[in-house]
Ligand binder design. Structure first.
Ligand code: RIB
Ligand code: CA
Length: 322
């Protein structure tokens, strides 16, 4: 069996594609799914995750609900304007009803039990705000040794999407993001907007997936709110399946090209609150700079991929042709 994986998620249309990508992949051992507030409130993200696993025929995968709000400061607004009020273009209740009860334990407790029981280190793919991950690492510091790596959809090096400077997942809980990306000593891969936007899929890709029927066909039926939003954001026809790019890396290590950089997260209340501050100055130059002018911690940042190859990887698995 391939990658042992836990997905922490706020479905969310792109989360739906990402969760399904893992759930239909025979070479992925999807241990569990944990939910967090984000695109829409926790109650909606949680039923969406459960329904999506039912769609994928995965009653074996436990779902546990996590944080319903950020660590410290409230989330100013949700992304319902992008994903629809229920998180899935208003069509969540057209999906199959859950085929498994929601776990009685919370997300952190489920993650700890799955990590402790695993016979090898586990990959965690957070594709929503990082609140649950920050709580996990704060409450269970010893669990780090059971985490292979954390592959995060989040951040923007040259632009934001929720504010000028900040990407939604990081912006929704900057304190949690700083905890995970800067303060905790856990191997992280950051998959930022700069790459996910380049991985946008066009209408032909969506139409072919729709024609494949099955899971892929059902997912394309959930994209209505995205189809309204993304042409405005992209300036061209298409949609951005951000979370799917991160989960593709989580389940197929190396599908994305990464480079290691120092990183900080802006937790102030200025215009760049929630920005991921990635230091791309040349290492030789950084070495000359006075103490304290370069962030201490470094993460792998996903900077490139074979765009068509990634789109084909996702298509083949969601269409069932692989
Ligand atoms: O900025 C994109 C991210 O925010 C994705 O995870 C999307 O689902 C939203 O949560
Ligand atoms: Ca998400």
């Amino acid at each position: 069996m391939g990658t042992k994986l836990i997905i922490d998620t706020d479905p969310g249309i792109d989360d739906a594609f990402a969760i399904s990508l893992a759930a239909v992949s025979a070479d992925v051992d999807l241990l569990g799914v944990t939910t967090v507030f984000g695109n829409v409130p926790l109650s909606a993200t949680t039923i969406n995750a459960r329904r999506l696993l039912a769609l994928c025929g995965r009653p074996d995968v436990p779902v546990a609900a996590g944080a319903e709000r950020p660590l410290v400061h409230p989330q100013p607004f949700t992304a319902a304007y992008v994903h629809g009020a229920d998180g899935l273009s208003g069509l969540s209740d057209t999906l199959p009803e859950p085929t498994r009860e929601l776990e009685s334990v919370d997300a952190v407790t489920l993650m700890v039990s799955l990590l402790e029981a695993a016979d090898e280190p586990v990959t965690i793919a957070p594709i929503g705000p990082l609140t649950n991950i920050a709580l996990l690492l704060a409450a269970h510091p010893g669990i780090r040794e059971k985490i292979a790596r954390i592959v995060i959809m989040g951040g923007g090096l040259d632009f934001g999407n929720t504010t000028t400077a900040a990407e939604f997942n990081i912006w929704s809980d900057p304190e949690a993001a700083r905890r995970v990306l800067v303060e905790e000593n856990v191997p992280c891969v950051l998959v930022p907007l700069d790459l996910t936007h380049r991985c946008a899929v066009d209408y032909e890709w969506l139409e072919k997936l729709a024609a494949s029927g099955g899971v892929g066909g059902a997912l394309t039926g959930l994209t209505g709110s995205y189809l309204k939003h993304y042409p405005k954001a992209l300036g061209r026809e298409g949609i951005v399946l951000h979370d799917t790019v991160a989960v593709a890396e989580a389940i197929s290590p190396g599908i994305l090209k990464t480079e290691r950089y120092p990183i900080d997260v802006d937790t102030t209340f200025g215009p760049s609150r929630g920005a991921t501050v990635v230091d791309r100055r040349r290492a030789q130059a950084r070495a000359e700079h006075p103490e304290g002018t370069t962030p201490d911690n470094t993460v792998e940042v996903a900077v490139d991929t074979d765009l068509d190859g990634l789109r084909a990887f996702v298509f083949d698995r969601l269409s069932g042709s692989r």
